[in-house]
Design a protein around this ligand. Structure first.
Ligand code: G1P
Length: 287
């Protein structure tokens, strides 16, 4: 069955980025000249996703403005003959169909996904956490969709995490199936290092069956007092098979200042017209 929809939860307060997030949604912080969330929507579009549902909250209306048409600006750029900028601006509204739903209270990631249930309906869908930017030859969600086609079951992305870092992740109990693919026997959110069932941490990309919605209504607040998606996955496992894929690519956690900076440096070095000059600057800086 084709996966047509993706949910991007973007309702958080962005406290790790205060004070800037007092006025600017975290998802619009720039990676070079683009909002961080644009890379995630581009990843969805490249994987053939047709509709993206963004879960927002009070004060984050600028996300919808970012992706909306801006006819006055388009007219100005067209009149100036600035076709390159015009196509960049138009591209934002042309990638996928965008829908917005609101999460009225910050009750956790699982609850944010539940807010999108009516917009998703009764079909498998992708979940893409915008804090995770994955630079890979083949997009992360495209990698997961390939596995979904094979198993027609929920698939979650994982990567190896070293040492105490694992305590910030959802962690799976894996049973190896084939190279890079695991059957998921259990999931636990943010375990203490000593209790972590493996070193495979969940990265923010999932393809889920619609039964997750019913499951999430039964989840009670877990780690940090929130309704966790990982706890929903653990419940779903009681009635369905689930798989995990070890993602290819480099993941940046752009939900914190150091991660955003690292991703910016990597993208700047790759960018034509900027990369070589930026490299020269970095070399001088570390001399
Ligand atoms: C969320 C999920 C966690 C996952 C992580 C990946 O946690 O709850 O299971 O491992 O994203 O980035 P957060 O980083 O929002 O605390």
């Amino acid at each position: 069955m084709k996966v047509r929809k993706a949910v991007i939860p973007a309702a958080g307060l962005g406290t790790r980025f205060l004070p800037i997030t007092k006025a600017v949604p975290k998802e619009l912080l720039p990676l070079m000249d683009r909002a961080a969330i644009q890379y995630v929507v581009e990843e969805a579009a490249a994987a053939g996703i047709e509709q993206v549902i963004i879960v927002t909250s009070r004060g984050k209306e600028a996300i919808a403005d970012y992706f909306d048409r801006h006819l006055e600006l388009e007219g100005l750029l067209a009149a100036k003959g600035d076709t390159e900028r015009l196509s960049q601006v138009k591209h934002l509204s042309e990638m996928v169909e965008l829908t917005y739903v609101r999460q009225p209270e910050q009750l956790g990631l699982g609850h944010a996904i539940l807010c999108a249930s009516a917009a998703v309906g009764d079909e498998p869908f992708a979940v893409m956490l915008p804090d995770d930017i994955i630079m890979a030859e083949k997009g992360a969600i495209a990698q997961l969709l390939e596995v979904f086609d094979r198993y027609e079951a929920s698939i979650i992305a994982v990567q190896e995490v070293h040492g105490p870092e694992i305590q910030s992740y959802g962690v799976i109990v894996p049973e190896p199936v084939s190279e890079g693919i695991f059957r998921v026997l259990g999931t636990v959110e943010k375990p203490a290092l000593a209790d972590a069932p493996s070193n495979l941490g969940i990265v923010g990309r999932y393809v889920l069956t619609p039964e997750i919605f019913d499951t999430l209504t039964r989840v009670t607040p877990g780690a940090i007092g929130e309704i966790q998606l990982t706890d929903g996955l653990a419940l779903l496992l009681q009635s369905q098979l689930m798989y995990a894929l070890r993602l290819q690519g480099v993941r940046y956690d752009v939900g914190n200042p150091l991660g955003l900076l690292k991703a910016s440096v990597e993208l700047a070095l790759q960018r034509e017209g900027i990369g070589p000059a930026f490299m020269e600057f970095l070399e001088q800086l570390v001399e």
